[in-house]
Write a protein that binds this ligand. Structure first.
Ligand code: SF4
Ligand code: SF4
Ligand SMILES: [Zn+2]
Length: 254
């Protein structure tokens, strides 16, 4: 069972009854999805205050989307040497005074977010470079990761009749998800509860024991995308990668 709690391009939250080991496998396989990132930079001119290496490192972390289909290098006909089918080139050529932003990368791919600052150029300072972007996997370098995926148990919050509406738990809850209803405290949005137990502590401090917070067997699974692919797609493509790996394993066993 999977129930989507909220979803947009950047983030998806789900409740699921899948086992923790399966959730962990899916989480790990998000790092097996091929993602485009700058892998090589040839610097012709760099008068900025940043060393060439730092500049290259910053460029590597810019999330990119390509306007054509790019092959993985080891699956390309060029046998890993690098060619137009498995890589794209991007250029920056700028003269100061200016801030060099991710949008100034011009070529076969573009930055997901235009306004990532790369470096600053003073009067007459120049930057000229050619960057090569390739597909890679987050398991090899975090610049290739499509986003962040994580999970935790769903919370089970029970409030019994010892509650005298003192509201101490409401003030203590960092998520602001407790309220009063029908004469006692009530949780308004259990999906936001991160099991911190601040409410339980607050209730105990006021000499009551009316609120109990436990882990429910279901899991909350979250994916936040860096923008290269949609959060929902990260989930489905991680499952595809996991499936492919299991098929390969079973084939080799046979
Ligand atoms: S702190 Fe305890 S007694 Fe006070 S409102 Fe919350 S659950 Fe009720
Ligand atoms: S466990 Fe934490 S987040 Fe959940 S209701 Fe209590 S105080 Fe709020
Ligand atoms: Zn190639």
């Amino acid at each position: 069972m999977i129930k989507i709690i909220s979803k947009n391009k950047e983030k998806i939250s789900m409740v699921t009854d899948m086992s923790e080991s399966l959730a962990n496998a899916i989480r790990r396989f998000t790092l097996e999805i091929p993602i485009l990132a700058i892998d090589e930079v040839e610097v012709y001119k760099n008068d900025s205050a940043l060393y060439d290496e730092v500049l290259a490192h910053r460029l590597g972390l810019v999330p990119l989307v390509a306007d054509k289909t790019i092959k993985e290098r080891d699956k390309c006909n060029c046998a890993g040497k690098g060619c137009g089918k498995c890589s794209v080139n991007l250029k920056i050529q700028m003269k100061g005074p200016a801030t060099v932003y991710s949008k100034d990368l011009k070529g076969g791919a573009e930055a997901v977010y235009e306004g990532i600052p790369i470096t600053l150029l003073n009067e007459d300072q120049e930057v000229e470079l050619v960057a090569t972007a390739r597909l890679g996997k987050g398991i090899d370098h975090s610049k290739y990761s499509p986003g962040l995926s994580y999970y935790r148990n769903l919370a089970k919050v029970e409030i019994d009749n010892q509650c005298d509406e003192c509201k101490k738990c409401i003030e203590a809850c960092p998520q602001k998800i407790l309220g009063i209803e029908k004469g006692k405290a009530k949780i308004k949005d259990v999906y936001k509860c991160d099991l911190c137990e601040a409410c339980v502590e607050a209730c105990k401090k006021s000499n009551r024991n009316a609120i109990k917070v436990e882990k429910a067997p279901e899991l909350m699974f979250f994916i936040e995308s860096w923008g290269q692919i949609k959060a929902e797609e990260i989930f489905t493509r991680a499952i595809d990668q996991l499936n492919d790996t299991l098929k390969e394993l079973s084939k080799s066993l046979k």
